[in-house]
Design a protein around this ligand. Structure first.
Ligand code: PLP
Length: 222
């Protein structure tokens, strides 16, 4: 697994983008999700020209990305997993985009830490689009109020919405719901779609797809 699979994902993305029938938009971007994989697997993907990468654990990312960034200064690192408030400082130091803003307390911690570090990192608000008990994310009916709080009260740079649809159900209705919800609050960017459904997500308007196993291979854990 590696560069050959990456080429295939890029090609599939380009085809899916042609099937999107909405208004003109920027080409959807690929986030190569490298969690559980080490530099020996990541370097070939960087060499092939991929620059956006995703990690879901702050500590794991700290152990591998500072060295890689020194070699590839133009890479863009995305945090796609849950963020505990006690890791906010490390996350703001390391990541360029955070996709998992899901509660007021975290928003306040991010604001404070970004001020301290003189940054304003682009953020995606994670929505629990399937309204699942165990899943993180803001409830859809609280999204508008949360967006307003983040933007108006805290001055955060909210780029758009992120979601992971429920497993074992067709994802398209959930992607559609996320897009509708985003547009209703004035947000136009969507972080949605993984290895199993990134083409569907792009057809429905994804700005970022987060693809791991289709590039790197199956993982031992999620
Ligand atoms: C692991 C992960 C992905 C990538 O999953 P694959 O099925 O391997 O493509 C995408 N998004 C999030 C939030 C993840 O944790």
């Amino acid at each position: 697994m590696g560069a050959k699979e990456l080429d295939q994902v890029w090609a599939n993305m380009a085809q899916a983008a042609k099937r999107f029938d909405g208004a003109e938009r920027e080409a959807p971007k690929l986030i190569a999700v490298s969690k559980t994989y080490g530099p020996e697997d990541i370097v070939p993907i960087l060499e092939a020209g991929q620059r956006d990468f995703g990690e879901n654990r702050v500590q794991e990312a700290q152990s591998k990305w500072p060295d890689l960034r020194a070699q590839y200064p133009d890479l863009v690192l995305h945090l796609i997993g849950p963020l505990q408030t006690n890791k906010t400082k490390d996350a703001v130091e390391l990541f360029d985009v955070i996709h998992s803003l899901d509660r007021e307390k975290l928003a306040r911690h991010l604001k404070k830490e970004m001020e301290a570090q003189g940054k304003n990192i682009p953020l995606f608000i994670q929505v629990n689009i399937g309204e699942e008990e165990q899943k993180s994310g803001i409830a859809p009916d609280q999204c508008a109020e949360f967006v307003r709080y983040c933007q108006d009260d805290l001055g955060l740079d909210i780029q758009g919405l992120m979601a992971i649809p429920p497993a074992g159900e067709p994802p398209a209705p959930f992607f559609a719901r996320l897009v509708e919800l985003g547009k209703s609050v004035g947000l136009e960017k969507f972080s949605m779609g993984m290895s199993a459904d990134y083409e569907t997500a792009i057809e429905m308007g994804a700005s970022y797809v987060r693809v791991g196993s289709a590039i790197f291979g199956a993982r031992d854990y999620n």
